[in-house]
Design a protein around this ligand. Structure first.
Ligand SMILES: Cc1ncc(COP(=O)(O)O)c(C=O)c1O
Length: 391
Protein backbone atom coordinates (compact mmCIF):
# COMPACT_ATOMS: atom_id res chain seq x y z
CA UNK A 1 0.00 0.00 0.00
CA UNK A 2 1.48 3.40 -0.92
CA UNK A 3 2.15 5.96 1.83
CA UNK A 4 -0.77 8.37 2.34
CA UNK A 5 1.13 11.23 0.74
CA UNK A 6 1.47 9.21 -2.49
CA UNK A 7 -2.24 8.56 -2.79
CA UNK A 8 -3.85 11.07 -5.11
CA UNK A 9 -6.46 13.11 -3.24
CA UNK A 10 -9.89 11.76 -4.02
CA UNK A 11 -12.21 14.73 -3.98
CA UNK A 12 -15.83 15.02 -4.99
CA UNK A 13 -16.40 15.95 -8.60
CA UNK A 14 -17.66 19.41 -7.64
CA UNK A 15 -14.74 20.17 -5.28
CA UNK A 16 -12.71 22.04 -7.93
CA UNK A 17 -15.69 24.27 -8.69
CA UNK A 18 -16.04 25.59 -5.15
CA UNK A 19 -12.44 26.55 -4.46
CA UNK A 20 -12.13 30.30 -3.79
CA UNK A 21 -8.48 30.52 -4.73
CA UNK A 22 -8.08 34.03 -6.03
CA UNK A 23 -9.19 36.14 -3.02
CA UNK A 24 -7.11 33.99 -0.66
CA UNK A 25 -4.14 34.02 -3.03
CA UNK A 26 -4.27 37.81 -3.17
CA UNK A 27 -4.35 38.05 0.62
CA UNK A 28 -1.32 35.76 0.88
CA UNK A 29 0.53 37.75 -1.80
CA UNK A 30 -0.42 40.99 -0.02
CA UNK A 31 0.93 39.73 3.33
CA UNK A 32 4.16 38.62 1.65
CA UNK A 33 4.54 42.07 0.05
CA UNK A 34 3.66 43.88 3.33
CA UNK A 35 0.90 45.65 1.38
CA UNK A 36 -2.52 47.06 2.32
CA UNK A 37 -5.26 44.51 1.90
CA UNK A 38 -8.30 46.06 0.25
CA UNK A 39 -9.09 42.64 -1.18
CA UNK A 40 -10.82 40.79 1.62
CA UNK A 41 -14.27 41.98 2.58
CA UNK A 42 -13.57 42.10 6.26
CA UNK A 43 -14.37 45.29 8.07
CA UNK A 44 -11.57 45.55 10.62
CA UNK A 45 -12.77 48.68 12.41
CA UNK A 46 -13.24 48.11 16.17
CA UNK A 47 -16.48 46.53 17.42
CA UNK A 48 -18.69 48.88 19.49
CA UNK A 49 -17.76 48.73 23.19
CA UNK A 50 -21.22 47.57 24.28
CA UNK A 51 -21.03 44.66 21.86
CA UNK A 52 -17.61 43.62 23.17
CA UNK A 53 -18.78 44.00 26.77
CA UNK A 54 -21.90 41.92 26.14
CA UNK A 55 -19.77 38.99 24.96
CA UNK A 56 -17.18 39.44 27.74
CA UNK A 57 -19.90 39.49 30.41
CA UNK A 58 -21.41 36.34 28.92
CA UNK A 59 -18.10 34.49 29.07
CA UNK A 60 -17.34 35.69 32.61
CA UNK A 61 -20.91 34.86 33.63
CA UNK A 62 -20.48 31.26 32.47
CA UNK A 63 -22.72 31.41 29.38
CA UNK A 64 -20.57 28.77 27.76
CA UNK A 65 -22.96 25.97 26.94
CA UNK A 66 -25.08 25.31 23.87
CA UNK A 67 -28.02 27.64 23.51
CA UNK A 68 -31.41 26.67 22.14
CA UNK A 69 -30.92 25.70 18.52
CA UNK A 70 -32.75 28.80 17.29
CA UNK A 71 -30.78 31.16 19.54
CA UNK A 72 -31.40 32.80 22.92
CA UNK A 73 -34.90 34.18 23.41
CA UNK A 74 -33.79 37.73 24.26
CA UNK A 75 -31.77 37.95 21.03
CA UNK A 76 -34.69 36.66 18.95
CA UNK A 77 -36.87 39.32 20.61
CA UNK A 78 -34.29 42.01 19.80
CA UNK A 79 -34.05 40.82 16.19
CA UNK A 80 -37.85 40.86 15.84
CA UNK A 81 -37.91 44.42 17.24
CA UNK A 82 -35.20 45.51 14.80
CA UNK A 83 -36.97 43.83 11.86
CA UNK A 84 -40.14 45.75 12.70
CA UNK A 85 -38.43 49.07 13.33
CA UNK A 86 -35.86 49.09 10.49
CA UNK A 87 -37.28 46.73 7.86
CA UNK A 88 -41.05 46.89 8.31
CA UNK A 89 -41.16 43.10 8.76
CA UNK A 90 -43.39 41.78 11.53
CA UNK A 91 -41.95 38.44 12.73
CA UNK A 92 -42.91 36.25 15.67
CA UNK A 93 -39.64 35.83 17.63
CA UNK A 94 -40.68 32.34 18.82
CA UNK A 95 -41.60 30.93 15.41
CA UNK A 96 -40.22 33.09 12.63
CA UNK A 97 -36.71 34.09 13.71
CA UNK A 98 -33.64 31.87 13.66
CA UNK A 99 -30.24 32.98 14.95
CA UNK A 100 -27.56 31.45 12.72
CA UNK A 101 -23.83 31.05 12.25
CA UNK A 102 -23.53 34.18 10.19
CA UNK A 103 -25.49 34.96 7.06
CA UNK A 104 -23.38 32.17 5.55
CA UNK A 105 -24.82 29.53 7.90
CA UNK A 106 -28.30 30.94 7.34
CA UNK A 107 -28.06 30.44 3.57
CA UNK A 108 -26.58 26.97 3.88
CA UNK A 109 -29.30 25.74 6.24
CA UNK A 110 -32.02 27.38 4.13
CA UNK A 111 -30.87 25.63 0.96
CA UNK A 112 -30.56 22.26 2.75
CA UNK A 113 -34.06 22.61 4.17
CA UNK A 114 -35.94 23.98 1.17
CA UNK A 115 -34.31 22.73 -2.05
CA UNK A 116 -33.22 19.47 -3.65
CA UNK A 117 -30.20 18.39 -5.68
CA UNK A 118 -30.80 19.26 -9.32
CA UNK A 119 -32.97 22.28 -8.52
CA UNK A 120 -32.09 25.49 -10.33
CA UNK A 121 -31.40 28.70 -8.45
CA UNK A 122 -31.22 32.11 -10.12
CA UNK A 123 -28.46 34.61 -9.34
CA UNK A 124 -27.77 38.08 -10.66
CA UNK A 125 -24.30 38.79 -12.04
CA UNK A 126 -21.96 40.13 -10.72
CA UNK A 127 -22.62 37.78 -7.80
CA UNK A 128 -21.11 37.00 -4.41
CA UNK A 129 -19.06 33.84 -5.05
CA UNK A 130 -20.00 32.14 -1.78
CA UNK A 131 -23.67 32.20 -2.75
CA UNK A 132 -23.05 30.43 -6.03
CA UNK A 133 -20.51 28.00 -4.55
CA UNK A 134 -22.90 27.07 -1.75
CA UNK A 135 -25.60 26.19 -4.26
CA UNK A 136 -23.11 24.23 -6.38
CA UNK A 137 -21.77 22.41 -3.29
CA UNK A 138 -25.29 21.15 -2.62
CA UNK A 139 -25.52 19.72 -6.15
CA UNK A 140 -28.01 22.33 -7.26
CA UNK A 141 -27.40 24.37 -10.36
CA UNK A 142 -26.80 28.08 -10.57
CA UNK A 143 -28.47 29.99 -13.39
CA UNK A 144 -26.82 33.35 -13.90
CA UNK A 145 -28.75 36.41 -15.09
CA UNK A 146 -26.49 39.36 -15.93
CA UNK A 147 -27.31 42.82 -14.58
CA UNK A 148 -26.82 45.64 -17.06
CA UNK A 149 -23.71 47.78 -16.56
CA UNK A 150 -22.69 50.49 -15.86
CA UNK A 151 -25.32 50.90 -13.12
CA UNK A 152 -26.19 47.20 -12.90
CA UNK A 153 -29.89 47.56 -13.69
CA UNK A 154 -32.15 44.53 -13.53
CA UNK A 155 -33.18 43.13 -16.91
CA UNK A 156 -36.62 41.72 -16.06
CA UNK A 157 -36.93 40.01 -19.45
CA UNK A 158 -33.58 38.24 -18.98
CA UNK A 159 -34.87 37.02 -15.62
CA UNK A 160 -38.04 35.68 -17.20
CA UNK A 161 -36.05 34.01 -19.98
CA UNK A 162 -33.92 32.20 -17.39
CA UNK A 163 -36.82 30.44 -15.68
CA UNK A 164 -37.28 26.73 -16.44
CA UNK A 165 -39.53 24.10 -14.93
CA UNK A 166 -36.70 23.19 -12.55
CA UNK A 167 -36.23 26.73 -11.15
CA UNK A 168 -37.04 26.80 -7.44
CA UNK A 169 -35.52 29.98 -6.03
CA UNK A 170 -34.00 33.38 -6.71
CA UNK A 171 -31.13 34.65 -4.56
CA UNK A 172 -30.69 38.41 -4.24
CA UNK A 173 -28.05 40.39 -2.38
CA UNK A 174 -29.08 43.96 -1.60
CA UNK A 175 -27.05 46.10 -1.09
CA UNK A 176 -24.86 43.98 -3.31
CA UNK A 177 -21.32 42.72 -3.05
CA UNK A 178 -19.32 43.50 -5.22
CA UNK A 179 -21.09 46.27 -7.18
CA UNK A 180 -22.89 48.16 -4.38
CA UNK A 181 -26.22 47.95 -6.17
CA UNK A 182 -29.24 48.70 -4.00
CA UNK A 183 -32.29 47.10 -5.62
CA UNK A 184 -35.08 49.64 -6.07
CA UNK A 185 -38.64 48.88 -4.97
CA UNK A 186 -39.60 48.65 -8.68
CA UNK A 187 -36.89 46.07 -9.37
CA UNK A 188 -37.87 44.05 -6.31
CA UNK A 189 -41.48 44.16 -7.51
CA UNK A 190 -40.43 42.83 -10.93
CA UNK A 191 -38.60 39.95 -9.22
CA UNK A 192 -41.58 39.40 -6.89
CA UNK A 193 -43.95 39.16 -9.88
CA UNK A 194 -41.79 36.43 -11.44
CA UNK A 195 -41.48 34.59 -8.10
CA UNK A 196 -45.24 34.61 -7.60
CA UNK A 197 -45.99 33.55 -11.17
CA UNK A 198 -43.60 30.59 -10.96
CA UNK A 199 -44.04 29.76 -7.27
CA UNK A 200 -40.40 30.40 -6.34
CA UNK A 201 -38.71 31.11 -3.03
CA UNK A 202 -36.82 34.38 -2.84
CA UNK A 203 -33.79 34.32 -0.56
CA UNK A 204 -32.45 37.79 0.18
CA UNK A 205 -29.06 38.45 1.76
CA UNK A 206 -29.34 41.88 3.41
CA UNK A 207 -26.04 41.75 5.34
CA UNK A 208 -25.07 45.26 4.11
CA UNK A 209 -28.48 46.80 4.91
CA UNK A 210 -26.98 49.59 7.06
CA UNK A 211 -24.38 50.59 4.45
CA UNK A 212 -26.58 52.80 2.27
CA UNK A 213 -25.49 56.10 0.71
CA UNK A 214 -26.84 59.24 -0.95
CA UNK A 215 -30.57 58.96 -1.66
CA UNK A 216 -30.66 55.14 -1.93
CA UNK A 217 -33.18 53.36 0.28
CA UNK A 218 -32.98 49.78 1.48
CA UNK A 219 -36.23 47.91 0.85
CA UNK A 220 -36.82 44.42 2.23
CA UNK A 221 -38.42 42.07 -0.29
CA UNK A 222 -40.55 40.49 2.48
CA UNK A 223 -42.52 43.75 2.81
CA UNK A 224 -43.83 43.62 -0.77
CA UNK A 225 -47.44 42.42 -1.14
CA UNK A 226 -47.67 38.63 -1.10
CA UNK A 227 -43.94 38.12 -0.58
CA UNK A 228 -43.69 37.47 3.16
CA UNK A 229 -44.81 33.86 2.67
CA UNK A 230 -42.14 33.00 0.08
CA UNK A 231 -39.20 35.14 1.24
CA UNK A 232 -36.32 34.13 3.47
CA UNK A 233 -34.64 37.32 4.73
CA UNK A 234 -31.05 36.82 5.85
CA UNK A 235 -28.87 39.31 7.69
CA UNK A 236 -26.48 39.46 10.61
CA UNK A 237 -24.16 41.55 12.75
CA UNK A 238 -20.83 40.62 11.10
CA UNK A 239 -20.59 43.82 9.10
CA UNK A 240 -22.74 46.19 11.18
CA UNK A 241 -20.84 45.55 14.43
CA UNK A 242 -17.49 44.65 12.74
CA UNK A 243 -17.49 41.14 14.24
CA UNK A 244 -17.06 38.97 11.16
CA UNK A 245 -15.20 36.36 13.21
CA UNK A 246 -17.97 35.91 15.77
CA UNK A 247 -20.31 34.17 13.34
CA UNK A 248 -23.63 35.69 14.38
CA UNK A 249 -26.33 36.08 11.76
CA UNK A 250 -30.05 35.49 11.58
CA UNK A 251 -32.96 34.93 9.27
CA UNK A 252 -36.66 35.45 9.27
CA UNK A 253 -38.98 33.21 7.27
CA UNK A 254 -42.56 31.94 7.43
CA UNK A 255 -43.34 29.87 10.55
CA UNK A 256 -43.84 26.67 8.53
CA UNK A 257 -40.30 26.85 7.10
CA UNK A 258 -38.26 27.89 10.15
CA UNK A 259 -38.35 24.55 12.04
CA UNK A 260 -36.83 22.65 9.08
CA UNK A 261 -34.22 25.35 8.45
CA UNK A 262 -33.41 25.30 12.19
CA UNK A 263 -33.06 21.53 12.13
CA UNK A 264 -30.48 21.59 9.34
CA UNK A 265 -28.69 24.49 11.01
CA UNK A 266 -28.55 22.41 14.21
CA UNK A 267 -27.07 19.47 12.28
CA UNK A 268 -24.22 21.55 10.93
CA UNK A 269 -23.57 24.04 13.75
CA UNK A 270 -25.70 23.00 16.81
CA UNK A 271 -26.09 26.67 17.71
CA UNK A 272 -24.45 30.01 17.01
CA UNK A 273 -21.61 30.81 19.47
CA UNK A 274 -23.19 31.69 22.82
CA UNK A 275 -21.01 34.70 23.89
CA UNK A 276 -21.41 36.24 20.44
CA UNK A 277 -25.19 36.00 20.78
CA UNK A 278 -25.01 38.00 24.02
CA UNK A 279 -22.72 40.55 22.37
CA UNK A 280 -25.14 40.92 19.46
CA UNK A 281 -28.02 41.26 21.93
CA UNK A 282 -26.22 44.06 23.78
CA UNK A 283 -25.54 45.84 20.49
CA UNK A 284 -29.06 45.51 19.10
CA UNK A 285 -30.71 46.69 22.33
CA UNK A 286 -28.25 49.31 23.57
CA UNK A 287 -27.42 50.92 20.22
CA UNK A 288 -31.07 51.14 19.11
CA UNK A 289 -32.20 54.76 19.05
CA UNK A 290 -28.61 56.10 19.32
CA UNK A 291 -26.62 57.74 16.53
CA UNK A 292 -24.76 54.46 15.89
CA UNK A 293 -26.39 53.56 12.58
CA UNK A 294 -26.17 57.11 11.19
CA UNK A 295 -22.53 57.35 12.27
CA UNK A 296 -21.76 54.02 10.58
CA UNK A 297 -23.28 55.34 7.37
CA UNK A 298 -21.48 58.68 7.42
CA UNK A 299 -18.13 57.09 8.27
CA UNK A 300 -18.42 54.75 5.31
CA UNK A 301 -19.74 57.47 3.02
CA UNK A 302 -16.62 59.48 3.78
CA UNK A 303 -14.39 56.47 3.12
CA UNK A 304 -16.25 55.68 -0.10
CA UNK A 305 -15.76 59.21 -1.40
CA UNK A 306 -12.11 59.22 -0.40
CA UNK A 307 -11.30 55.99 -2.25
CA UNK A 308 -13.50 56.81 -5.27
CA UNK A 309 -11.76 60.15 -5.75
CA UNK A 310 -8.31 58.60 -5.57
CA UNK A 311 -9.22 55.77 -7.95
CA UNK A 312 -10.85 58.18 -10.41
CA UNK A 313 -7.84 60.49 -10.46
CA UNK A 314 -5.59 57.44 -10.94
CA UNK A 315 -7.50 56.62 -14.14
CA UNK A 316 -9.87 53.89 -12.94
CA UNK A 317 -13.56 53.99 -13.76
CA UNK A 318 -14.87 54.19 -10.20
CA UNK A 319 -18.57 55.03 -9.99
CA UNK A 320 -19.76 55.66 -6.43
CA UNK A 321 -21.65 52.65 -5.11
CA UNK A 322 -25.01 53.24 -3.45
CA UNK A 323 -24.48 50.58 -0.82
CA UNK A 324 -22.14 48.02 0.81
CA UNK A 325 -18.44 48.88 1.21
CA UNK A 326 -16.79 47.99 -2.07
CA UNK A 327 -15.80 49.95 -5.14
CA UNK A 328 -16.11 47.82 -8.23
CA UNK A 329 -13.71 49.61 -10.52
CA UNK A 330 -13.00 49.43 -14.23
CA UNK A 331 -9.27 48.84 -14.24
CA UNK A 332 -8.20 48.42 -17.87
CA UNK A 333 -5.49 51.06 -17.29
CA UNK A 334 -3.62 48.45 -15.19
CA UNK A 335 -1.60 46.11 -17.43
CA UNK A 336 -2.46 42.41 -17.46
CA UNK A 337 -3.98 39.76 -19.68
CA UNK A 338 -6.82 39.21 -17.22
CA UNK A 339 -8.14 40.53 -13.92
CA UNK A 340 -5.93 38.28 -11.77
CA UNK A 341 -2.84 39.59 -13.57
CA UNK A 342 -4.05 43.18 -13.21
CA UNK A 343 -4.51 42.63 -9.46
CA UNK A 344 -0.96 41.33 -9.21
CA UNK A 345 0.43 44.22 -11.24
CA UNK A 346 -1.36 46.67 -8.95
CA UNK A 347 -0.01 44.93 -5.85
CA UNK A 348 3.52 44.99 -7.27
CA UNK A 349 3.36 48.66 -8.24
CA UNK A 350 1.49 50.09 -5.25
CA UNK A 351 1.37 47.51 -2.46
CA UNK A 352 -2.44 47.63 -2.59
CA UNK A 353 -4.34 44.34 -2.91
CA UNK A 354 -7.69 44.22 -4.71
CA UNK A 355 -9.81 41.28 -5.87
CA UNK A 356 -9.89 40.28 -9.53
CA UNK A 357 -13.33 41.16 -10.93
CA UNK A 358 -13.52 37.72 -12.57
CA UNK A 359 -14.28 36.26 -9.09
CA UNK A 360 -17.80 37.70 -9.40
CA UNK A 361 -18.68 36.55 -12.92
CA UNK A 362 -18.92 33.46 -15.04
CA UNK A 363 -15.69 32.40 -16.70
CA UNK A 364 -14.28 34.91 -19.17
CA UNK A 365 -16.12 37.92 -17.77
CA UNK A 366 -15.09 40.72 -15.40
CA UNK A 367 -11.50 40.57 -16.65
CA UNK A 368 -11.03 44.36 -16.65
CA UNK A 369 -12.53 44.89 -13.19
CA UNK A 370 -11.05 45.04 -9.69
CA UNK A 371 -12.91 45.19 -6.38
CA UNK A 372 -11.59 47.43 -3.60
CA UNK A 373 -12.95 47.26 -0.02
CA UNK A 374 -13.22 50.57 1.85
CA UNK A 375 -14.55 49.07 5.11
CA UNK A 376 -11.11 49.50 6.59
CA UNK A 377 -9.43 51.29 9.47
CA UNK A 378 -8.79 54.91 8.47
CA UNK A 379 -4.99 54.61 8.72
CA UNK A 380 -4.95 51.62 6.32
CA UNK A 381 -7.26 53.35 3.88
CA UNK A 382 -5.06 56.47 4.00
CA UNK A 383 -2.00 54.34 3.32
CA UNK A 384 -3.71 52.66 0.35
CA UNK A 385 -4.88 56.01 -1.05
CA UNK A 386 -1.40 57.50 -0.76
CA UNK A 387 0.06 54.55 -2.66
CA UNK A 388 -2.65 54.65 -5.36
CA UNK A 389 -2.08 58.38 -5.87
CA UNK A 390 1.46 57.60 -7.06
CA UNK A 391 0.25 55.38 -9.90
C1 LIG B 1 -22.97 39.29 0.44
C2 LIG B 1 -22.38 38.69 1.65
N1 LIG B 1 -23.11 37.85 2.39
C3 LIG B 1 -22.61 37.28 3.48
C4 LIG B 1 -21.32 37.53 3.88
C5 LIG B 1 -20.81 36.84 5.10
O1 LIG B 1 -21.64 37.14 6.20
P1 LIG B 1 -21.49 36.39 7.57
O2 LIG B 1 -20.21 36.81 8.19
O3 LIG B 1 -22.66 36.87 8.37
O4 LIG B 1 -21.54 34.94 7.30
C6 LIG B 1 -20.51 38.38 3.14
C7 LIG B 1 -19.11 38.64 3.54
O5 LIG B 1 -18.31 39.16 2.82
C8 LIG B 1 -21.06 38.98 2.01
O6 LIG B 1 -20.33 39.82 1.25
Amino acid sequence: MPARSQVPARLSHIAPAVVQSEIRAMSVACDAAGGVNLAQGICDTPAPTVVQQGAIDAILGGRNIYTRLDGIAALRDAIAAKLKEHNGIVADPEKEVLVTNGATGALYATLLALLNPGDEVIFFEPFYGYHVSTVVSLRMSATIVPLTPPDWKLDAQALRDAITDRTRAIIINTPANPCGKVYSREELQQIADVAQEHDLYVIVDEIYEYFIYDDAKHVSMATLPGMRERTITISGVSKTFSVTGWRIGYLTAPADLVPAIGYFHDLVYICPPSPGQYGALAGLTQLAGTSFYDDLKSEHLRKRDQLCEVLTSAGFGAPKPQGAYYIFAEASRIPGANAAERARTLLRETGVAAVAGSAFFREGRGETMLRFCFGKQQADLDRACEALRKL
